[in-house]
Design a protein around this ligand. Sequence first.
Ligand SMILES: Nc1nc2c(ncn2[C@@H]2O[C@H](COP(=O)(O)OP(=O)(O)O)[C@@H](O)[C@H]2O)c(=O)[nH]1
Ligand SMILES: [Mg+2]
Length: 302
Amino acid sequence: MSRLRGGLARSTARLTDSVTSLFRKRRLDDEALEELEETLISADLGLPAAQRIVEGFRRTRFGKEVTDEEVKAALADEIAAILQPVALPMEIEPDRAPHVVLVVGVNGTGKTTTIAKLGQQYREQGLSCAFVAGDTFRAAAVEQLQIWGERTGCAVHAPPKPGADAAGLAFDALKAAKEAGTRVLLVDTAGRLHNKAALMEELRKVVRVLKRQDESAPHSVLLVLDATTGQNAVQQVRVFKEMVAVTGLAVTKLDGSAKGGVVVALAAEFGLPVHMVGVGETAADLRPFEARDFARGLVGLE
Ligand SMILES: Nc1nc2c(ncn2[C@@H]2O[C@H](COP(=O)(O)OP(=O)(O)O)[C@@H](O)[C@H]2O)c(=O)[nH]1
Ligand SMILES: [Mg+2]
């Protein structure tokens, strides 16, 4: 079983068990549908997605007797229909030199690791890539990115001293990347959400200075979310959308005891592209987000 499937299966055993017991030997009536809605909400799918799925069941299967497998397959189809429109890759525009990706998100969600994984993929595709260690206050964060740079063969722009201005660093890095003809510039940022005003100011300043050199930058603003935080991830999207023009999501830690259901909630509520999912701690553990696979994993189907 793949790591994603493994993680999803563990996380949603509860969902599939309760769905199964819900429908075993009975008709799909109002009471069963109400229980289904509650089950979906407790599995982090959120109210809008849960309602949409239940309505789908009501329309097509109300009053019928259904087997466990039919219920699972139907549930997977309804979930896949919600996920399909947001399952989009993060395109690197061929005429940008560099294509600038601003990576944002709360501390610990996996920003730095996701940057390393992306760097690894771009290098494998033969694209030159550089990292900007924009989380300048945390010395360990800078060091972590430097190590990933060495491992993946990506240049790293580090601050001259801890706490140096992230915007100034980003400005210099973009200048250097332009001169070097670097194809992709991945900009790491701080994630101190407990000081929201200061973080917003810092992120906006980074965007401003990037635009001073390239009006179209950043070309992607990737918000990294940790799936294990469940509904907190939904709140994080709201907060970060206020701060910067988020263009897409990366959802990490779907290999562990992840609550993958939140991805469905995110899709239903925001409609932002889900570009990729993290399934481990090494540079190889990044996957494209596949709606059908994900939906089937979530309900425990192979
Ligand atoms: N299991 C697992 N761990 C991850 C994943 N992505 C990141 N991590 C771990 O989560 C922790 C925080 O990641 P980091 O990239 O430093 O987060 P940041 O503070 O947002 O930069 C580290 O221990 C990473 O190894 C993932 O997809 N799966
Ligand atoms: Mg970091």
